[in-house]
Design a protein around this ligand. Structure first.
Ligand SMILES: C[S@@+](CC[C@H](N)C(=O)[O-])C[C@H]1O[C@@H](n2cnc3c(N)ncnc32)[C@H](O)[C@@H]1O
Length: 227
């Protein structure tokens, strides 16, 4: 996720413009031409050597399951690890105040070019509006950022408004949670190892947060966490 290979994968993907919500009919259901092969050639590799494609194309356009996240997002929304910004851009188009934050400059540039406010930054460093965010999004497995979900959730709790909630995409109940080192690979070129994590809906760390809602959509699993 982190480093030059991620920037390169995003750069390659820029051939495909992010369509507006109106092009998507506000349904969150992509038209068939929007289903694209992953041509970035960049893979995620774990310590055992197992590799899977980095699904950059999934992050360029609204995908099945996004609508539930979007419809639950009361502004102001902080989209943590916003990538190329499909959620931030769509919320903005819908009149919901939203800000993407991502450590990858190319991702942020793509978001801004598509009309979404975003800044380059680390969620563990200084973030504007601390204590004011009504919704914080952790989409696409971003509960794994930093490799320590408890640390991430404690950090997000500091950023959340008292009546706010975190909407996080997680693994289905029963799927083993894991914390691991991963890296990106393209052929023989590898990036640095970085920590990542996966968490199941029924294995969320206790961080003073309560799971107030759990829903599934399009084979994706989500929770809402409240202080
Ligand atoms: C799985 S991708 C998420 C894609 C994104 N949700 C989207 O809608 O396109 C994870 C993203 O988290 C970002 N990221 C990783 N660590 C971060 C950190 N500490 N602070 C902010 N963003 C981070 C990566 O740069 C990457 O864009």
């Amino acid at each position: 996720m982190i480093g030059e290979l991620y920037e390169r994968a995003l750069g390659n993907a820029q051939d495909y413009a992010i369509p507006t919500s109106s092009e998507l009919g506000f349904t969150g259901k992509p038209h068939s031409p929007l289903y694209l092969d992953d041509r970035s050639g960049v893979q995620i590799e774990d310590a055992s050597g197992t590799r899977r494609p980095l699904p950059v194309k999934d992050w360029l356009r609204l995908r099945p399951g996004d609508e539930g996240l979007l419809s639950r997002s009361a502004g102001p929304v902080l989209d943590v690890g916003s990538g190329p910004g499909r959620l931030t851009v769509t919320l903005t188009e819908r009149g919901v105040l939203a800000l993407g934050i991502d450590i990858a400059p190319t991702a942020v540039a793509m978001t801004v070019a598509a009309g979404g406010p975003a800044l380059v930054g680390d969620v563990f460093a200084q973030v504007p509006g601390a204590g004011l965010w009504r919704t914080i999004l952790l989409a696409d497995g971003n509960i794994g950022i930093g490799g320590d979900p408890a640390m991430l959730l404690r950090r997000l709790a500091q950023l959340l408004a008292p009546n706010g909630r975190i909407l996080a995409e997680v693994n289905a109940p029963g799927v083993p949670s894991r914390r691991e080192q991963v890296r990106l690979r393209s052929g023989e070129t590898v990036g640095p190892w970085f920590p990542w994590a996966q968490v199941a809906a029924d294995d969320l760390p206790q961080c003073g947060l309560t799971t107030s809602e759990h829903w599934e959509e399009a084979n994706r699993c989500f929770v809402a966490l409240t202080p």
